[in-house]
Design a protein around this ligand. Structure first.
Ligand code: NAD
Length: 271
């Protein structure tokens, strides 16, 4: 374990203890690491993901470590299922304090000319509509007590545009930042903070939902990076490093921060 991960494992934010979080995409990668981190802080965590054994494994690990967790099988682009996940969380624990709207896909990567409208729709439905639904259906459960909503965007769509074939993905990620700012203003009256995190390359399973088409070759512009494209650590980030940022934004340690995107990329997107 590197020095950073040892420090992360030691971080405790006492104000999160006994509070309740709902995390989407909690079965893998960034969502899973955030669920483990928030559970370590003493939070009760609702794990939302597609029907997937990794979601159940995450729950088992949390429970084995003495935490409290439920799982709900949800496609976040389905309004009825998203609403139900919030209902189940509120029914189980009687409150909701933190939402991590994180589930997302890279989807099909292709030139715009060759992009199938159904592939565009799928990426926008999961990443952008899914974020809208994860905020919309949280509000009735958070408006009395306030809380924190964190949205996983990306460096793509705001600082980085060389992800050829990712027009749909980058558009969805840019849309999430604009939506986050609208929501931060609108929900401030309820003391609900809304922020976005913008990771660079993080070592997760996102490749599993990425499909490059052969036509991509036509539009790729070779981009020459210096050796190692993350200046700080010369490697992709770890999900646990992103989870630290999520815990900070979830806690009152960030009580005056809302409507803000935070980059977590080891300066990758500045190249
Ligand atoms: P991942 O594939 O490891 O995890 C994503 C999880 O989301 C999976 O468990 C998957 O089953 C779930 N998911 C996908 N579609 C869903 C749907 N329709 N409904 C419910 N759950 C769904 O990937 P990750 O890298 O941890 O991705 C998490 C977020 O981070 C995404 O929004 C992604 O765009 C963003 N992101 C990732 C990187 C990276 O390099 N990994 C960089 C920037 C942003």
């Amino acid at each position: 374990m590197n020095v950073h991960l040892k420090q992360a494992a030691a971080m405790i934010l006492p104000d999160l203890k006994d509070k309740v979080a709902l995390i989407t995409g909690a079965g893998s990668g960034i969502g899973r690491a955030a669920a483990m981190m928030l559970a370590k802080q003493g939070m009760k965590v609702c794990l939302v993901d597609l029907k997937d054994e990794r979601r159940e494994q995450t729950k088992e690990e949390i429970v084995a470590a003495g935490g409290q967790s439920i799982t709900v099988d949800v496609d976040i682009s389905d309004p009825a299922r998203v609403a139900q996940a919030f209902e189940e969380t509120a029914k189980t624990w009687g409150r909701l304090d933190v939402v991590f709207a994180n589930a997302g896909i890279n989807g099909v990567l292709s030139p715009i000319e060759d992009m199938e409208p159904k592939d565009w729709e799928r990426t926008l439905n999961v990443n952008l509509k899914g974020t809208f639904l994860s905020v919309k259906y949280a509000i009735p459960h958070m408006k009395e007590r306030g809380g924190s909503i964190i949205i996983t965007s990306s460096i793509n769509g705001s600082r980085a545009f060389a992800g050829f074939g990712m027009a749909a993905y980058s558009t969805s990620k840019a849309g999430q930042v604009a939506f986050m700012k609208m929501a931060a203003l609108e929900l401030a009256r309820y003391n609900i903070r809304v922020n976005a995190i913008c990771p660079g390359a993080i070592d997760t399973n996102i490749g599993e939902n990425t499909k490059s088409t052969p036509e991509l070759e036509k539009v790729i512009i070779p981009v020459k990076y210096p050796k190692g494209n993350q200046p700080l650590e010369h490697a992709a980030g770890q999900p646990e490093q992103v989870a630290d940022l999520v815990a900070f934004l979830a806690s009152t340690a960030s009580s005056h921060i809302t409507g803000t995107e935070t980059y977590i990329d080891g300066a990758e997107s500045l190249l």
